[in-house]
Design a binder for this molecule. Structure first.
Ligand code: PLP
Length: 400
């Protein structure tokens, strides 16, 4: 694939107000105008390059948005205060009362809860499907369907969406394909593969330092303008705006994403292979045993690997909890939700990030009690980490 997402980030050039190598931070919520007429024109969207009010846009947010658009290969992007602050306005912008969404059933618990419990209040219904079964996806579409929603690699089951095939279905039925790419930045470029809108929680790999929440919507200029419209734009009116100081710091972290993703992926592949050969039930898209291993390979930018997320199943919640506590006591990572940190993070999704999904539905989708989700860190000596994890597992009789 000739599209090079990290080059696109690298090739952006910035000059700060005083010639700084970082753009100056726009630490203002409002902006002055030399003439009242220009203020009016800006309100109407007719004064390019003028800033009005920072909920609408700010120079710092635009810099970060443009860098993320360059990474995803979309015309532009709009940053938001959180991943959910990006996902919810997109769906509300695309759907009206009476509309219908087809969504993957294995998605982040917050997104699932929004679709299942919240958006029906606006008379927007969702059918949840196994996104790997393309016939089921197509069969769920009805005359009111407007959106096809999925994650490139799903949270927490690490199912892989066939983005080119879903694009075809979306085009055939005139739907917007919205892809949450939070688990696989740089590894997969959904828009290049045909998705209409790409979303990230910046909270995770992209920022990478677990010090803020943030989100982004990458799409066409027309769609991003719609989201920002002062009269009916969901981002503008729902107000989930990122602060300029934060967008400046996320932009700085974005510049090392390619180095971090390579290391996350290298470490995750190493551990996944070791865990699997030890006899643990291991799920990682980089393993040949993953049902979508070949599909992932056909979509990925090989340089960045298969991502930093893997799961193991240790049989019961009790064992999972014991193992996570022991690993934390041995300083192998943190028992914490979220992902993309320099240290490994682990949690049992059934009782944490996916707890919004009712137990019987968790079972149906294969989310078992003993599942531990790992976000593998940047450890320089992953062999040492493996040996320490292995001895924790032996201590708890998970491995003999
Ligand atoms: N999308 C995915 C795949 C996630 O894992 C998360 C959070 O865990 C979100 C979206 C929501 O992001 P945020 O917590 O930044 O709102």
């Amino acid at each position: 694939m000739s599209f090079k997402p990290a080059n696109n980030i690298q090739d952006l050039q910035y000059f700060g107000e005083f010639g700084g190598v970082n753009p100056s931070i726009s630490d203002s919520s409002t902006y002055t105008f030399l003439s009242a007429k220009t203020m009016f024109d800006t309100f109407e969207g007719n004064a390019d390059g003028c800033y009005l009010y920072s909920r609408h846009s700010s120079p710092s947010n635009l810099y970060l948005g443009e860098a993320l658009a360059a990474m995803e290969g979309t015309e532009t992007a709009n940053v938001a205060a959180s991943g959910m602050g990006a996902i919810t306005p997109v769906l509300l912008q695309l759907c009206q009362a009476g509309d219908h969404i087809v969504s993957s059933r294995t998605i982040y618990g917050g997104t699932y809860a929004f679709l299942k419990n919240f958006i029906p209040r606006m008379n927007i219904q969702t059918t949840f499907v196994d996104i790997t079964k393309l016939e089921a996806v197509e069969a769920a579409i009805n005359k009111n369907t407007k959106v096809l929603y999925c994650e490139s690699i799903s949270n927490p089951l690490l199912e892989v969406a066939d983005i080119p095939a879903l694009t075809k279905i979306a085009k055939k039925h005139n739907l917007k394909l919205v892809v949450d790419n939070t688990f696989s930045p740089l590894c997969i470029s959904p828009a290049i593969l045909g998705a209409d809108i790409v979303i990230h929680s910046l909270t995770k790999f992209i920022n990478g330092s677990s010090d803020t929440v943030g989100g982004v919507v990458c799409g066409t200029q027309k769609f991003i303008n719609d989201l920002r419209n002062v009269n009916n734009g969901a981002c503008m009116l729902l107000g989930s705006t990122m602060d300029s100081l934060r967008s400046a710091s996320v932009l700085k972290n974005l510049r090392t994403l390619h180095i971090r993703m390579k290391q996350h992926s290298k470490n995750a592949l190493y551990l996944a292979q070791k865990f699997e050969s030890d006899g643990l039930k291991t799920v990682y898209p980089g393993l040949k045993s993953h049902p979508s291993h070949e599909l992932f390979k056909s979509m990925m930018h090989a340089d960045y690997g298969f991502g930093g997320m893997l799961t193991i199943d240790v049989g019961s919640l009790e064992k999972a909890n014991e193992l996570m506590e022991l690993m934390q006591n041995n300083n192998l990572g943190y028992l914490a939700v979220s992902l993309g940190f320099y240290k490994t993070l682990f949690s049992a999704p059934g009782t944490s990030t996916s707890s919004e999904i009712p137990e019987h539905e968790q079972k149906e989708m294969g989310l078992s009690d003993g599942l531990i989700r790992f976000s593998i860190g940047l450890d320089d000596d992953i062999e040492r980490t493996y040996h320490m994890m292995n001895s924790c597992m032996k201590q708890l009789n998970i491995l003999v």
